[in-house]
Structures are given as C-alpha cells and as structure tokens.
Write a protein that binds this ligand. Structure first.
Ligand SMILES: Cc1ncc(COP(=O)(O)O)c(C=O)c1O
Length: 479
C-alpha cells in the first residue's frame, strides 16, 4: 500500500464518528471555527511528535513550553508570587494530581492515623474526583446541591468538614449544569477548618477570564482566599488539540505532593510530576502555538462569540416546547430538562437523527433524597455561533416529535431479574449474557439510545456501573 492509501483507509474508519468540527457535536470537542488554529496546531504538533516530555533536561524546549503555558495560566487565573503549575494530559489527570497532593499533605499532617482521608465532593463535581478517590484510596463524602440552582451550599460543606477532610472541591463551572459553585464562601469555610480547597475550572477556566466579567460571575481563581489549587484545560476553551491541561497552585510544597522521584533501581532516576512516564510533547507544543497566535485578544473574541451564542440559544429556547433550562448557565454550558411530559432521552435521539450530539445526563438522587432531573448537556463553542438558529429550529422540531413518544421504559423482567444480582460477583461472561438479554450483544449500538439510558437509570447504581463497564468492554474487544 502507499501511504496515501493507508491514510485514505484511516479517514474511512472515521465515517461513523461524530464530526469534530462545525459546532453540531455539543460535547467532547471544542471547535474555534478558525482554520488557522487547526493548521497551526497540526504543524506544531507534528514538529514535536517525536519529542519526549519525560526529560526536560534532554529537551529543554519542553521545559520552556511548559513554563510559558503555566506562566500564562497563572497570569490569567490569579497566581501570585511563588505560584507554580504542572502541565498534564487532561482534566482528569489534573484532578487526580490535586487529590494525590492533598492526600500527601493530609498524611503528613496526621502521622500514624490509619483512617482513610476524606474528599468532600459536591455531587456535581466531575467524576474524575471519584476516580481519584478510587485510585488513591480516599473516602468520598457526597455533598448534595441546591436542587434549584444546582450549586453547593457552603453551610452543607461546613457541616461535613472534619479533621479527616483532605480536600474540598468546587467547580467553576460544573460540567452537568454549567453553574458556578460559591467558590469564595466554600474556600472560606474550608480554610477555617484547615482544609485545602480545589477549584475545578477545567472547562471554564480559560473562558471566564476572557469574558472580562461580562457574565457577572464572582471571582473563582487562585486569588480567592482559601483556594489552594485550580485545574484548567487547554484542550477545552484553550482550543488546543486533545492532551493538555494545567494544575496550578499557589503553594510549591503542595505541588511536591504529586511528584514522584526514585533512584531505587539501576536505570535512570525517574522523576515525574505526572502519572505517565514518557509524555507526548506534541499537545503541549500545539497549545503553546495556538496560545501564542490567538493571544488574549483572540481568546476574548472566541469567548465572546461562544457566550453570545449561548445567550441567544437560551433566549430562543422559549420557543421550544417541553424544555426548560436548569440553573443559571453562567458560561457556555447549558443543561436542558424536560417539561410537559417530554423525556429528554427521546429528545437526544431525535436530535441525533437531525445531525446533532446533545449529551444525555441521567436523573440523580442526592444523599438527602432530593432529585436532580435528567438533562441534556450542551457545550457551546465559537463554532456553534452561526448555527444557533438552525439548532433552535431542529430543537423545536425534535421536541415536538419527542412529546409524541411514550416514556422510554426498560424491560420490567430484566429490571426485576437484575435487582438480585451482586455486581461485584458478576463474571465477564455473565455480564455478556445480561447485555445480550438487554439487546446489547456486541453489534452496533441501537439507533435509539433512550431505552438503554432508561434501563441504566432503573438499575441499582453499582449494577448499572458494572453493566456500563461491560458495554465498553465489548466495544474495546479486538475485531
Ligand atoms: C469541570 C470538569 N472537570 C474535569 C473534566 C475532565 O476532563 P478530561 O475529560 O479532559 O479528562 C471535565 C471534562 O469535561 C470537566 O468539565
């Protein structure tokens, strides 16, 4: 084969993928809508694709690139003198490292204490923190949010703080509803109890400062007293390609808590601030180039464009039957719930059929028994701006179609049979059998996903998690 034929084959593989560009895929991807950004990122990535960011003494340019990115972020996000940062592979890794550093700090402050340190998490905090607790053996303390505003209440955090608290997390904004937690208030109660407070600004941290206070949001960055660390992703509203995020802190001692150093083997001394060893420098170089070219003015234009599109979208939703916006969309994320009997799972399917990806989010029962409704998540980027009228037209059309449909109900026999199962004891073969029974037996996923989501929502959470892992396990088997 020629290289051209190989590339053509690769391109053909992506035929069924959702589009990464054009603004209709409203989760997972962030499109600036600027061809120059894409071309520049690709060239920078190509220039650094063989460079190993594992060792900045061998590749000093990597240290320079990382330093420039961290410096720019600290300038944007309230880093004072002495503040430091780490370039990571993505939001999840930034969140993981924040928790790891907090655990290191807690253990140092509680020598001999055998208890598991606690992570205080508003239920709306990104699931990456649950992964961190799982990996690093912390106990999650769930903090419910106000069911109307979907923001955590500082008093609730205050009540749950204890000497076991290793870290409190707030979001700016939260992924599920796009609302900002009361960062200053929560950071203050955390500080009063001697606990560090992490601001997860993975999705909003590069956008909000470029809106120049237009949205009236309260300060949320490292300059807020009590905020000890902050995560922000360049591969989201920094419009860099996938694989680059930052973890910032005002306290270099805190950062040491997620470093790993060993001279305890006969090979080269291994010193990593991140989870990976060998690290791709390509995404860092691409982020550096995109940042250098766009500059503050470029990011301001893109942020305003996405924000204006969001405002127009929210205003236009008045003309869409059966939907309401949940909470106050403070940035460019919107969560839609159903009204008048509309099921948002059907709406998601109807929108998929019209060429859009709106991400279904299941209903959620909070620790106090209140529920957060099922929603559709929409991430608006600059590329969506021109398409808001088309989006509203399709939404209205899709909503009318969804209102005609009966609620998606999972097979009652399957739900009843599943109730008695112990998810921890299920083998791979048993999970395969259950999935086959549910009609998910390895072929392409059904065109309409509403019944699948309804089934997941009807099952006990741990069983649903086991079955979801089973679905993805099948997706990842070799062909
Ligand atoms: C607030 C927030 N935190 C963390 C993450 C995880 O980021 P990533 O998918 O880059 O690992 C996301 C992703 O959407 C997010 O929105």
């Amino acid at each position: 084969m020629t290289p051209e034929q190989v590339l053509a084959e690769l391109t053909a593989l992506a035929t069924d993928d959702v589009p990464t560009h054009g603004g209709a895929t409203m989760a997972y991807v962030y499109d600036s809508g600027l061809a120059e950004v894409d071309a520049l990122a690709a060239a920078a990535q190509a220039a650094y694709q063989w460079t190993n960011a594992l060792d900045p003494t061998a590749f000093p340019s990597v240290a320079r690139i990382e330093g420039d990115l961290v410096g720019a972020a600290l300038g944007l996000l309230g880093g004072g003198p002495g503040a430091v940062g780490t370039v990571t592979s993505g939001g999840t890794e930034s969140c993981l490292l924040a928790v790891l550093a907090a655990r290191t700090r807690w253990r140092a402050a509680h020598p001999g204490d055998e208890r598991r340190p606690q992570l205080l998490l508003p239920v709306t905090a990104h699931a990456a923190f649950r992964k961190a607790a799982h990996l690093f053996d912390l106990a999650v303390v769930d903090v419910g949010v106000d069911p109307e505003t979907c923001r955590v209440r500082p008093d609730d955090v205050a009540q749950l703080l204890s000497t076991r608290t290793a870290l409190v997390v707030v979001s700016a904004p939260s992924y599920p509803h796009g609302v900002l937690d009361p960062v200053a208030e929560v950071a203050a109660v955390a500080a009063a109890a001697g606990a560090p407070c992490h601001v997860d600004a993975c999705i909003g941290g590069w956008l909000l400062p470029h809106l120049d206070g237009d949205t009236g949001t309260a300060p949320f960055d490292l300059s807020v007293p009590g905020v000890t660390s902050l995560s922000v992703d360049l591969h989201k509203y920094g419009y860099a390609p996938k694989g680059v995020s930052l973890l910032l802190t005002g306290d270099p001692e805190f950062r040491l808590g997620h470093w790993f150093a060993t001279a305890g083997w006969p090979g080269y001394p291994v010193v990593n601030p991140t989870l990976a060893g060998t690290r791709p420098a390509g995404p860092m170089a691409a982020a550096w180039a995109v940042h250098r070219w766009l500059g503050v003015e470029g990011y301001r234009r893109l942020a305003r464009r996405a924000r204006e599109a969001t405002t127009a979208l929210v205003a236009g939703l008045g003309g869409v039957p059966g939907v309401r916006v949940v909470g106050d969309p403070a940035t460019t994320l919107v969560a839609l719930a159903g009204t008048d009997g509309l099921d948002v799972l059907h709406l998601a399917d109807e929108m998929t059929a019209r060429g859009w990806l709106l991400q279904p989010q299941p209903p959620f029962t909070q620790p106090d028994g209140t529920t957060l409704p099922a929603t559709l998540h929409l991430t608006v980027t600059a590329a969506t701006a021109d398409r808001v009228p088309a989006l509203l037209t399709d939404l209205a059309d899709a909503a009318r179609a969804a209102l005609e449909l009966p609620p998606p109900v999972p097979d009652p026999g399957l739900v009843a049979a599943a109730q008695g199962l112990d998810p921890a004891a299920l083998t791979v073969a048993e999970v395969d059998g259950l999935l086959a029974f549910a009609g998910l037996d390895g072929g392409p996923l059904p065109e309409r996903m509403a019944p699948v989501h309804a089934l997941v929502a009807a099952l006990p959470r741990e069983l649903a998690e086991r079955l979801l892992a089973g679905v993805l396990d099948r997706v990842h088997r070799p062909h």
